[in-house]
Design a protein around this ligand. Sequence first.
Ligand SMILES: Nc1nc2c([nH]c(=O)n2[C@H]2C[C@H](O)[C@@H](COP(=O)(O)OP(=O)(O)OP(=O)(O)O)O2)c(=O)[nH]1
Length: 193
Amino acid sequence: MHERTRHLEPQVPGPLVVAAAVLDSLDAPRSLLCAARAYPVEHAGQYELPGGKVEPGEAPLSALARELDEELSMGVRIGPEVEPPAPLAVPAPRDGAASGDTAPAWPVLHGFRMRVWMTEPAGTGGRPRPGGSHEQVRWVPLDSVLDLPWLPADRPILEAVLSRARTSGTPRDPLAPALPPPAVDGGDHQPGI
Ligand SMILES: Nc1nc2c([nH]c(=O)n2[C@H]2C[C@H](O)[C@@H](COP(=O)(O)OP(=O)(O)OP(=O)(O)O)O2)c(=O)[nH]1
C-alpha cells in the first residue's frame, strides 16, 4: 500500500487478545506483575502482560480468567479497563456483540487487537505460579516497569497503565466480584459484571 493512502484504508479489526495489568493492589498500587515470554524465539525474553487469545464464542473476561489460570494458576479481581486513546483505538468487529467483544482495543503484534484490565490478585489463587508460557514472572516497582524489554506494541499500553496507577490508585467498584480461575467442568464461567 502506498504510504500516502494508508490512512484511507478501513481498519479491519483483527482477532482479540485479552490481558491483565496485575497490580499488587488496585487501591494503592506499587508494583506490576511482569511476564517474560518463553516463546516464540523472536519474542523470547520480551515482557508482556499475561493473557492470550479469546477463543471463538468466548466472552473476553472468561478468556482472561482461563488464560491467567492456564499461564499462572492465578485468580484476579477485575478493576477498570485500560482503554486506548482514540488515535490508537482499533474498533470492535461488527459481529462482536454475540461474544461481548464490543469495545475498541489496542493494536498489538501480528494484527491482533488487545483489551487490557487493571487487576489485583484475589483469593487463594492470588499468587502466580508460572507454567511453560513464561521464562520469568516478577513483581516490578512501577518506576522500573518501562526499563524492561517489552513487546514493542506494549509501551503505550504500559504508559496508560502507569499513568492510571500513579494518579490515584484505581477506586474499585465495591460490587465487583473476584475473578477466580474458570470452573474445571469447562462451563462458561462469566464473572458477574
Ligand atoms: N498476552 C499478550 N499478548 C500480547 C501482548 N502484546 C502483544 O503484542 N501481544 C501479542 C503477542 C501474540 O501475537 C498475541 C497473543 O498471543 P499469546 O501467545 O499471548 O496467546 P495465547 O497464550 O492464546 O497463545 P499460545 O501461547 O497458546 O500460542 O498478542 C501482551 O502484552 N500480552
